[in-house]
Design a protein around this ligand. Structure first.
Ligand SMILES: [Zn+2]
Length: 66
């Protein structure tokens, strides 16, 4: 029985953004939620606690080695 292929990498709703600070109001989901700001801090991604949307930093948009 080969039932070990339970990869859920496409489960989350991922949004690529160009800044570490993003606003989310749940637009795109059924009810939405109050607009909040999410800050990635030292990380390069953050999850909205309301709608579970994941925002990922587009690292190519960040000036590297400047
Ligand atoms: Zn949200």
């Amino acid at each position: 029985m080969s039932n070990s292929n339970e990869i859920s990498q496409n489960h989350d709703d991922i949004t690529v953004v160009k800044t570490k600070r993003v606003a989310c109001d749940g637009s795109g989901v059924a009810l939405g939620h109050p607009r909040i700001w999410l800050d990635m801090g030292q990380d390069t991604k953050v999850r909205c606690k309301y709608c579970d949307r994941v925002f990922v930093l587009d690292e190519s948009a960040v000036e590297a080695g400047h």
